[in-house]
Write a protein that binds this ligand. Structure first.
Ligand code: PEP
Ligand code: MN
Length: 336
């Protein structure tokens, strides 16, 4: 018996499970009555425009970041990516440039007016991210179920890009988003990045089906990372086009000035020229689904608000609230 510990435990009230039907009441689609956009320093993710976020897997050097920022801006990206803290499978692989990398990323992106997203792997680094002025914080596939990290991100007013765990069900993914929302931060973007299956011919299987399913189930925007899904540069255009055709609100694409020299994920990075060509294709795919590509800037005053776009325009998934509620039970009933 440990009296102080027992007393402290008794003082913490048990968390009340949500009443009613849904295990994730805050991110459930009916909580907003339709799609909601998340604004990242003037870029609306989840509106009529498909937003492309591009940049290298990892921040390496100042010259690499300057060249990468120029390339993604020239190609028409709305935001820039780049990891300064890398969750690598091997402890001997490059682990990221650390806090200096955050500075290199924000400085390079700022030259072109691009907001940035970068991955937070350790809750102890959150203050450094906030000090560096990171515009959106990425939770990687390996951390989707790091609930303490999710709780801390619930307490900040910075958009969170929540990647799907590589073996997570859609319900688990939405419950991870609910952790962030339950802390008070509703500015969440879901990111499908491929799941593990029995297939070994490519890095992961892009779960295209998850796009309309997630959009039917939640009001949160859903973006897709075709780079980590395919794991090969030549696969990225096909997967990116499929994602936009299936209704994705945006893409997260790895682009490196010289992919062969990349310190991380060299095989899947597009060259600047390949990226520019892909953007031209995506513009046509977006237009075919009644949307546009990027450039969706909003007035500075609206930047910190989520704007529900209402139910007037069902997405490509054809969501309509009553049918959605009736059919959502498969996912929600599976939650334990
Ligand atoms: C990344 O985007 O750099 C990354 C590590 O992705 P994931 O968490 O999807 O593997
Ligand atoms: Mn990568």
């Amino acid at each position: 018996m440990d009296a102080p510990v027992d007393a402290a435990r008794a003082a913490v009230p048990p968390v009340q499970p949500p009443r009613g039907g849904t295990p994730y009441p805050l991110v459930a689609r009916e909580a907003r009555g339709g799609d909601a956009a998340v604004h990242v320093r003037g870029v609306a993710i989840g509106g009529d425009a498909v937003q492309v976020i591009a940049g290298p897997c990892s921040v390496e050097t100042e010259s690499q970041m300057r060249a990468a920022a120029a390339a993604v801006a020239a190609g028409g990206a709305a935001m820039m990516r780049g990891g300064a803290f890398k969750p690598r499978t091997s402890p001997y692989a490059f682990q990221g440039a650390g806090p200096d990398g955050l500075t290199l990323l924000t400085a390079a992106a700022m030259r072109h007016g691009l907001p940035v997203v970068t991955e937070l792997t350790d809750v102890r680094m959150l203050d450094a991210f906030l000090r560096a002025g990171v515009d959106a914080i990425q939770v990687g596939t390996r951390n989707m179920q790091n609930y303490d990290l999710l709780k801390e991100l619930g307490r900040v007013d910075v958009p969170v890009v929540l990647k799907r765990g590589m073996s997570a069900t859609i319900a688990e993914w939405l419950l991870a988003a609910e952790y962030v929302a339950a802390g008070g931060n509703r500015r969440i973007v879901l990111c499908e990045r491929g799941i593990r299956t029995f297939e070994t011919a490519y890095r992961n299987v892009l779960d295209v089906t998850a796009i309309p399913v997630a959009k039917r189930e939640t009001h949160l925007p859903v973006i897709v990372d075709p780079s980590h899904a395919g794991g090969k540069a030549w696969l990225v255009p096909a997967l990116a086009a499929a994602a936009v055709a299936a209704g994705a609100d945006g893409l997260l694409i790895e682009v490196h000035p010289v992919p062969a020299q990349a310190w991380c994920d060299a095989e899947q990075a597009l060259t600047p020229g390949e990226f520019a060509a892909l953007m031209r294709t995506l513009r046509a795919v977006a237009a075919a689904t009644g949307r546009s590509l990027g450039g969706d800037r909003v007035a500075a005053t609206a930047q910190r608000e989520d704007i529900p776009s209402g139910c007037a325009q069902p997405g490509p998934g054809g969501s309509r609230a009553p049918r959605m509620r009736a059919r959502a039970s498969d996912i929600r009933d599976a939650v334990r």
